[in-house]
Design a protein around this ligand. Structure first.
Ligand code: BEZ
Length: 375
């Protein structure tokens, strides 16, 4: 290590408890693997300080303040929930601390509330769901009933799906939002879907809620008559085997599946499985790419908050998802979307890619990107 070695303090803000705890753990596992793989020859050391958001926006805001003001981190990474991202956005932007978003899809953070300090290595809610609306209409599905948890991500994912689906001629025949983190019994909502006259159901659920939802959808007896579609977090490889046969045949859209065929993905999947015993999920790759983006920014000469923010926006590399680049207009990540079906494989459930939808930049959604001005 050269004498000028930098010590970069990283605040890792993730849910380690609550409905998204498994997602936080998977992001962290990917992040650590990325730091090990890419950081070794960077000449820098990375000190990681982890804080639990508990998937609660006020708690997360307190933890973000602690990382920024007390620990004086150079950069923050993480955030799973769109609600948490919405809560910490002003603090991060105002303090001028670069934040690499490793999951939360909140469209506002790369839209009306965009910031040169906020860069995404994950996805936006609109990006995943809008093209799936058009694809599903193209399959001849005409009438859809939608369901999602009642918070920013659920609302934005369903809005984007609805935009894509109705523009392609589809009709939304009913829509319900379920209390986030509080709904145990989806039965009353499933009864409404069944009575709605829909040809299919489209949902967003993730983590613990996805497991309950997919199992209840099957045991309610809906799967045969009313095919289930959604944003691909629904059947993530992280928890699809906990859903079991109930997940078979469900078709969803996502920016990463472990069955993508390229050399980077093969190497990543091998290393991630060796480290964790699991197949990598979208959460794992987001953590891995977040670490890689950070290391690349440091290798490009960035050392403090402002130079890191500027360098992060210019990061570009070929990763397990293919060629990644940041859209300079919004700081969202440009990437293709995969439509996949969950099917039985040799060792449990796996992801069969049905279609690759081309990378499309999100609309500006009110983003007028300011320059990095503080020092
Ligand atoms: C979100 O809140 O943005 C989110 C949470 C879990 C999976 C995907 C998105």
């Amino acid at each position: 290590v050269p004498a000028t070695a930098e010590d970069i303090k990283v605040g890792l803000l993730l849910p380690f408890s609550g409905v998204y705890a498994a997602l936080g753990n998977d992001i962290e596992a990917g992040f650590q693997l990325g730091l090990e793989q890419f950081g070794a020859d960077s000449g820098a050391t990375f000190e990681v300080i982890r804080e639990d958001t508990e998937v609660k926006p006020p708690v997360a805001l307190g933890r973000a303040k602690k990382l920024i003001l007390q620990d004086k981190v150079d950069v923050m990474a993480g955030i799973v929930s769109s609600g948490v991202l919405g809560a910490v956005r002003d603090m991060v932007h105002g303090a001028g601390v670069p934040l690499i978003v490793a999951n939360a899809g909140n469209d506002e953070a790369t839209g009306a509330a965009c910031s040169p300090y906020i860069t995404r290595m994950s996805f936006s809610n609109g990006q995943v769901n809008r093209p799936m609306g058009a694809w599903l209409a193209g399959q001849g599905v005409q009438k859809v009933f939608t369901l999602a948890p009642d918070y920013a991500a659920g609302r934005q994912m369903i809005d984007a799906f609805t935009t894509g689906f109705t523009a392609a001629g589809g009709e939304i025949v009913g829509q319900e939002f379920t209390p986030f983190q509080k709904t145990q019994d989806f039965g009353p909502y499933l009864a409404k879907a069944q009575a709605s006259g829909a040809d299919a159901v489209y949902v967003f659920y993730a983590g613990g809620e996805a497991i309950s939802f997919v199992k209840q959808y099957d045991s309610f007896g809906l799967k045969a008559d009313l095919p289930l579609y959604g944003a691909g977090f629904l059947t993530s490889p992280l928890y699809v085997n906990a859903e079991g046969p109930a997940a078979e045949g469900v078709i969803t859209a996502l920016h990463y599946v472990p069955t993508i065929e390229n050399a980077e993905n093969a190497a990543f999947a091998k290393a991630f499985t060796a480290a964790t015993g699991r197949v990598p999920s979208e959460y794992a790759v987001q953590g891995f790419d977040t670490a890689r983006a950070l290391v690349e920014a440091v290798k490009a000469g960035a050392t403090d908050r402002d130079s890191l923010a500027n360098a992060l926006r210019q990061v570009r590399f070929d990763g397990p998802r293919g060629t990644l680049a940041i859209d300079p207009a919004t700081n969202n990540l440009l990437q293709p979307i995969y439509v996949y079906e969950t099917v039985a494989g040799e060792a449990g459930l796996t992801q069969k890619v049905l279609a690759q939808l081309p990378a499309e930049a999100d609309p500006l959604n009110g983003c007028a990107m300011p320059a990095v001005t503080t020092n």
